[in-house]
Design a protein around this ligand. Structure first.
Ligand SMILES: *Cc1c(COP(=O)(O)O)cnc(C)c1O
Length: 444
């Protein structure tokens, strides 16, 4: 057997095994110790390595690619994007420069144009293909920093932040941790922020925004990671001025824009200076893939570009000018493949189906006498099974049961089970099986 036959056999078996436990058993996790060997001196046949990986590794995976993984906010991989990623791995292209991979540069440019059109963004938007929303937030904040300080006569790219005019950063009380991480990386500091109080769904209370004075970044959120709630983007993006940059963390919420039924939730987002989102969540491309959008593309390029004598400076779109990295994976290719295969209707269908299934799930929980702690406006449902201890025990028992997997959270002082429906693979049957299992486990 050759290496690729082993791979194909393994891939088909893995992807078709829909009965497997969604979370590995304690025994399967313990069996991963088989990998704990000292590094040997001699080379080993790659066939043996791949056989070891696929036989001993598969049982230690979390089946997040299947339809009953409801943890965090996790997409699967639509088939075209999954195989496109395999092909680009075979090609092993360096997608930094057009001259290193004309196909990567072309497909990234095409995908960027399609995304701008699909999501209703400004024609001049700069699009960077990064690893995830954390890096998208970071890239946007660095663009904001560069642009705002330039307005005040300071070149942060050249001179750094020491001695620069201070920038006020405003976030909501329910800001995502990754945005705080990005603030830390970008030199703003996690704690050096003005936090605006939020309402019961986690939305910024815009009546309590501070007075804005001097260079300011306002960080809004589209899609709270617990409740799915959206900040009032019309009001918040309306704050943008020459010295106020409005950024939106829309890691999954941005995709509401593809549905006429849900688009009202993101109304106003097109006026944001920058938006961070993920492709590995609701667009259902494989990890890792995030997207940053900067409304004036030159502001993204100004912050990200680097010049060296050997780097080309022609008219073609050079992928590296839109992102922090130089050498990088051709992330535009799986994005292109997902968009090309799904089309507008296919993407809308996934988003709408996931939201309908979240409503179905939430309604079933209420009907069975459990507490749903949030307004189910999107794909997120928070469930309490009574006391905090009981909710935690049910989450643990559901993990052992293996039918589905859910994370836990604390929402405004109460422990909750978090249901996120974000996968193209999730069907009504999956949700009904998951509800059945909850019934079985929570009543036992
Ligand atoms: C998932 C998420 C992030 C972080 O995204 P990564 O892809 O994990 O880096 C940021 N913000 C929100 C609202 C998210 O849901």
């Amino acid at each position: 057997m050759d290496l690729f036959d082993v791979f194909t056999g393994h891939a088909k078996k893995y992807l078709s095994d829909t009965a497997a436990s969604v979370f590995p058993s304690p025994d399967a996790i313990a069996a991963l110790d088989a990998f704990d060997t000292p590094l040997q001196d001699e080379s080993i046949d790659p066939l043996q390595v791949i056989e070891l990986l696929s036989s001993s590794g598969a049982d230690g995976t979390v089946r997040s690619s299947a339809g009953r993984y409801f943890g965090f906010v996790t997409g699967g991989s639509v088939p075209a994007a999954l195989v496109a990623k395999l092909i680009l791995t075979v090609w092993d292209q360096n997608a930094a420069l057009a001259i290193q991979s004309p196909v990567a540069a072309k497909l990234e440019m095409v995908a960027a144009g399609w995304l701008i059109d699909l999501l209703g963004l400004h024609d001049d938007t700069g699009v960077g293909f990064v690893t995830g929303a954390t890096m998208a937030n970071f890239t946007a904040l660095v663009s904001a920093r560069q642009h705002l300080l330039t307005q005040f006569g300071w070149n942060a790219a050249a001179d750094g932040l020491f001695g620069a005019p201070p920038i006020t950063v405003i976030v909501g009380g329910e800001v995502h941790v990754s945005l705080l991480k990005a603030l830390n990386l970008a030199g703003f500091g996690r704690e050096r922020v003005v936090r605006v109080p939020v309402d019961g769904q986690g939305r910024m209370d815009v009546s309590r925004l501070p007075r804005i004075d001097g260079p300011t970044i306002v960080c809004a959120q589209a899609g709270n990671v617990n409740t799915g709630a959206f900040d009032d983007l019309k009001i918040l993006t309306g704050l943008a001025t020459i010295s106020t940059w409005v950024h939106v963390d829309a890691a999954f919420g941005l995709w509401a824009a593809v549905s006429p039924r849900l688009a009202h939730l993101v109304k106003g987002i097109e006026a944001a200076d920058s938006i961070a989102t993920d492709a590995h969540k609701w667009l259902n491309v494989p990890y890792d893939c995030g997207l940053v959008f900067v409304r004036n593309r030159i502001r993204l390029i100004n912050a990200m570009t680097s010049g060296a004598a050997y780097l080309p400076t022609g008219d073609v779109r050079e992928p590296f000018q839109f992102v922090p990295e130089l050498s990088r994976e051709a992330r535009g290719i799986p994005v292109w493949a997902a968009l090309r295969s799904l089309g507008r209707n296919g993407i809308r269908e996934i988003v709408e189906r996931n939201c309908e299934l979240a409503t179905r799930f939430g309604d079933a929980m209420v009907a069975k006498g459990y507490n749903v702690l949030n307004d189910v406006v999107l794909n997120q449902v928070l469930v309490s099974f009574g006391s905090d201890e009981r909710t935690t025990a049910v989450i643990r028992a559901l993990e052992r049961d293996g039918t589905a997997w859910y994370g836990g959270t604390t929402w405004q002082g109460r422990v909750a089970m978090r249901i996120s429906i974000s996968s193209w693979a999730t069907t009504e049957t999956d949700v009904d099986r998951a509800i059945e299992a909850i019934d079985r486990v929570a009543s036992g």
